[in-house]
Design a protein around this ligand. Structure first.
Ligand SMILES: Nc1nc2c(c(=O)[nH]1)N[C@H]1C(S)=C(S)[C@@H](COP(=O)(O)O)O[C@H]1N2
Ligand SMILES: [Mo]
Length: 173
């Protein structure tokens, strides 16, 4: 027999489920991306801004449970350069200790060193993708990090909202 008490529990569960869903599945991922290099003004970029930058197209099947795909976007190093990070010959000295943190809407974060992203040094190929096989990213977008060399896509940050380059190294005496 369904008691009044169990009916009440059921309602309470439904209310809780609704709160959970609205804070997760329906939570809006910001449509802009902030790129900040310590000591420089921040860049705020949307899909149109990325579409107007030099584009990179890469093929990769690193996601173990996904078929091969092509991803299009902008090199992470290009975004950092536009935000004022040193590249090539000017990436030296104290700047070699610069840490690049990529943060997602769900607070997931991944770090790189600026040196490993530079084409003159570690040349790790990393892109901020906005389309997969030419289609805008849906649940994992609008921006997703793609690191083609990774066998395990743990650095493929979904829903990227911020990229920050910071440096804690002491100044040279
Ligand atoms: N924002 C965000 N991105 C993330 C994660 C996460 O928890 N949050 N997990 C990472 C890990 S550990 C893996 S294995 C892949 C999974 O990618 P998929 O969701 O396309 O399967 O996403 C990566 N990107
Ligand atoms: Mo993972």
């Amino acid at each position: 027999m369904l008691s009044r008490k169990s009916g009440c529990t059921c309602l309470r569960f439904a209310a809780l489920a609704l709160v959970y869903l609205s804070s997760h599945a329906f939570a809006q991922t910001p449509q802009t991306l902030h790129v900040t290099v310590e000591g420089q003004p921040a860049l705020t970029l949307d899909r149109a801004a990325l579409a107007a930058m030099p584009r990179v197209d890469i093929a990769t099947a690193a996601i173990h449970h996904q078929a091969a795909a092509r991803w299009q976007g902008v090199a992470l190093s290009e975004l950092l350069r536009r935000a004022g990070a040193p590249t090539g010959e000017s990436l030296r000295g104290r700047a070699m200790a610069t840490v690049v943190r990529v943060a997602a809407a769900d607070h997931y974060q991944v770090v790189f060193s600026l040196g490993e992203l530079d084409s003159s040094l570690g040349h790790e190929q990393v892109i901020v993708a906005d389309t997969q096989d030419g289609h805008p990213l849906q649940g994992d977008g609008p921006f997703r990090l793609i690191v083609p060399g990774d066998q395990r896509p743990a650095r493929w940050v979904r829903n990227v909202v911020a990229i920050e380059a910071a440096n804690d190294a002491p100044q040279a005496p």
